[in-house]
Structures are given as C-alpha cells and as structure tokens.
Write a protein that binds this ligand. Structure first.
Ligand code: GAP
Length: 443
C-alpha cells in the first residue's frame, strides 16, 4: 500500500484533503491525474450501463436529502455501526475494528452510532430544519421511480443508473481511500417483476465481473462472498459481495443485492392496496404509488436488483492491478502502470526531441492539438528536452504511448511511437496517428 500511496502523492493522483491545515480524517482530494482516472472509470461504468442498454436510464439526484426519505428507507433506524471507547488510550473504534493493543477489559459496552451526516437547511440554525447528506445514491433513485417511468415510458424490467457522492460518518476511516467519509458510488437499481429477481441477480453478478475484467481487474482476483443471512442489510434477501484482495487484505469492492420490494414498498402511498412482501413501515407521507400494472392490470411492486460499486475502491483495485516494478538492464528498474488505455489519465504525450528547437516544438504542438480533437481523452505536449526522463514519467503514470518528434519528422512527416508496455519504438506517419490512437484506446 505504501508504494501506491507514495506514487499517488508524487505524481498527483491523490492528496490528503485540507493537507496544509493538518488534513480532515477520511477525506481525500483527487489531483490532476487522479481526476482523469476517476472520470475514466466513471465513464466506462456509465457507458456499460446507460449507453449499452436501451432499458437503463441515467439520473443525477441531489445530495441533500429530505429526512423522510431516509426515515422510510430504514436508514434512521438501522444505518449504524457498533462503537466502543477504549478507557486506556481514550480512542473510539468500530467494535469489530479494535486494535490488538486495546485490552478487552478496557473497552466500554458497544453502542449504536448512526453513520449519517446531518446539515442545517435554510437560515435558521436551531435544528428544526435539517437534511441528510445521502449515505447511498440509491434512495433518490427510488423516490424518482415514477418520474422516470412517466417521462420515459419504460416497461419493467428497466434500470436507473446514478453516479455520485455519498457520505458516511465512518467511526474509523482507514486504508487510504478504501474506507472514507466522503466517496462516490456507481449504483444501478434494476427493477424486475417479482419472480424474475433471482435470475436477474445471477445475471448481474456475471455482468459486473465481466466489467471489472475490462477495467483490468481479472475475475481470478475477485472472490464471490454470499453474505450470510445474519449479515444481510435490512432490505436484502440475498447479496453477493465482490471481494478483492486489496493491498491491506480481502475486502468488498462491490455489493450486488436483491433488495426485493422493500424500497419501492417503503416509499409508496396506499401500501395496503399493494401486496408488498417485505416488512415495511406504514408510509403516511408519500404522494406516489410505487407500482406498475402487470398484463392483467393488477398493481405490482417491482423487485430491485442493485449492483453498487464504490469509485474509490475501484480506483484502488485498478491501480493495484496495474502497478508493476520491472527490472531493466544495468541493474535499473522502472515503475510502470499497465492501465487499460481507456482508463489512462493521459492518452498520449507528444515530445519534441530538442526543447529549444522552434520547428520541432511547433510540429509537436500541432500533433498534440490534432490528437486532442479526436476526443479520446487528454493528450499532452511535453517539452522537457529529456526523452528518457519523459518516458520513465509516462510509464509511471500509465500513458500508453509517447510520440517523439525529431529531425526526421521535419523531413518525412513521421514520428517515433514508443509503447509503454513493450517499450518498443517504431516509426509512424503523422497521417496514421489518429487511427493508431483510436485503435489503441478502444481495444
Ligand atoms: N446502496 C447500497 C450500498 O450503499 P454498501 O455495501 O453500503 O451498499 C456500496 O456500499 C459500495 O460503496 C461498497 O461496495 C463500496 O465499494 C462503497 N463504499 C461503501 N462505504 C464506503 C466508504 N466508507 N468508503 C469508500 N467506499 C465505500
């Protein structure tokens, strides 16, 4: 883990948040390369969900959430972790994460600690008007169920996908960006008719494994954990966690839950007119009937299959899989991030051989500008005058290809292409660069 953390800081992937004031525990900032990698991960997810499936729609709902939403969802009552205090060191821990140094006899009895952040809404700060920062993006998908159906005329099965921030006041944030207090989720709520849920759940587990593989996290690196009944969330009938061997240990990368009819049933009006299978609180506030009519005209509350992945955990797993330290000749080593090219923060670096040669510099700038226009992601012009150093840097940040502009370029409009993984170099006509890059990034 230390090596990854050091690389992230050194190269501008991730910084501690509020660092100049000593930081804020459980929060991180994504730097110039981090924001690109993060966006690329999110784009890959969005494409695979919304663009590849005509029956999945996107949503971007608010973070500030009406307390009623999280009351009826069960979060006010159950979204808590057991917390203990250590009388010896004076620190507070999640009951299952107490360090070995704290003796059992020094610990207080566990008590429940709700993980939701509250914030004041409006100009009066007397606690009478507050909202929650959403602890998962899912709830506002459920509350928008009817809006999306009515505006898109989607028949069940259909899904709503959302990527966005979630906030949890974790008792012990830890392991770099693995467990933080502010993070992003990529969540799909896929609505199916009751009876179709188990098959759909199995299909989504397979689809998600395939997606992770395309992002460079092979299926062999993921273990499926069938969450035992006593550990299931209050809404779940079955959950399969995708467990990944993070540098600090085997932990959850993504959860794929069968949430049954709990969510739509909980947020629905006229609950007694619907045969809701889950045990839900009586809803006295909702103005929406969260149900659809089946072929016979009967109102049915759909079941929900939910693949829910954390962006930060995906980021960490992808970096971990891509990170290699390779031995070179002359007892030298190189660090190389073998990221899938569509995820690379920088798609290509264009480097003039001589820093101060106007013709080379101008030719390189033109190539950079032309490649940037293809819209594959960020291409940079790099004018360090030290080709070897530039190659090493771009190996380390995962740039799939470096393009060197030299004196031959001025004569025959060709450049040197240097491949990150094989380190092989070859000549290519400038006219062929677009296609070369398109093929490389989309492979
Ligand atoms: N809507 C379902 C839900 O939120 P979850 O298992 O609590 O389920 C889903 O969270 C995913 O969100 C996890 O698999 C993980 O990737 C990510 N996640 C949850 N808590 C996190 C935290 N404190 N820091 C970073 N990622 C987190």
């Amino acid at each position: 883990m230390e090596e990854l953390v050091a690389l992230c800081k050194r190269r501008g992937f991730i910084f501690q948040s509020s660092e100049i004031y000593g930081g804020l525990q459980g929060t991180y900032d994504f730097g110039p390369l981090g924001v690109e990698l993060k966006n690329n991960i999110k784009n890959a997810w969005w494409e695979s969900m919304v663009y590849d499936n005509d029956n999945i729609e996107g949503l971007d709902s608010s973070i500030l959430t009406n307390p009623l939403v999280l009351g009826y969802s069960g979060h006010e009552d159950t979204f808590s972790d057991p917390m203990v205090d250590c009388k010896s060191c004076g620190l507070r821990f999640r009951a299952d994460q107490v360090p070995k140094e704290c003796k059992p006899e020094d610990l207080t009895e566990p008590r429940q600690f709700n993980l939701m952040f509250k914030t004041n809404v409006g100009p009066i700060d007397d606690g009478s008007s507050f909202a929650y920062l959403r602890p998962e993006t899912a709830q506002q998908i459920f509350t928008n169920f009817k809006n999306v159906i009515d505006s898109t005329s989607k028949p069940v099965p259909f899904g709503i996908a959302q990527i966005g921030k979630a906030f949890r006041n974790e008792i012990t944030p830890r392991n770099f960006i693995f467990r933080v207090r502010e993070f992003e989720q990529m969540e799909l709520e896929y609505f199916v008719m009751p009876g179709e849920d188990e098959k759909s759940h199995d299909i989504w587990v397979q689809k998600r494994l395939e997606w992770w593989k395309k992002q460079g996290v092979p299926t062999e690196s993921i273990e499926l954990y069938d969450v035992p009944t006593e550990e299931l969330a209050h809404y779940s009938k079955k959950t399969i966690d995708l467990m990944y061997k993070f540098p600090h240990g085997l932990e959850e990368l993504e959860g794929i839950a069968n949430r049954t009819d709990f969510d739509l049933g909980s947020h629905s009006k006229k609950q007694n007119e619907l045969s809701i299978g889950s045990s839900v609180k009586e809803n006295k506030h909702s103005n929406s009937k969260m149900a659809v009519q089946d072929d016979s005209g009967k109102w049915v509350v759909p079941f929900v299959i939910e693949p829910s992945a954390g962006v930060e955990r995906g980021f960490l797993a992808i970096l971990n899989e891509a990170y290699f330290v390779e031995d070179l000749e002359n007892d030298k080593t190189r660090v190389v991030l073998r990221l899938k090219p569509h995820l690379s923060p920088i798609k290509a670096a264009v480097i003039p051989l001589k820093k101060n040669n106007t013709e080379l510099v101008e030719a390189a700038k033109k190539i950079k500008n032309d490649l940037q226009k293809i819209g594959l992601g960020r291409v940079i012009f790099e004018n360090t005058g030290n080709i070897g150093k530039s190659y090493r840097k771009h190996d380390e940040i995962g740039t799939p290809v470096c393009i060197t502009v030299d004196f031959q370029t001025l004569e025959d409009d060709s450049v040197t292409i240097r491949d990150r993984d094989s380190m092989e170099q070859k000549r290519l006509d400038i006219d062929d660069l677009n296609n070369y890059l398109i093929k490389l990034i989309n492979r």
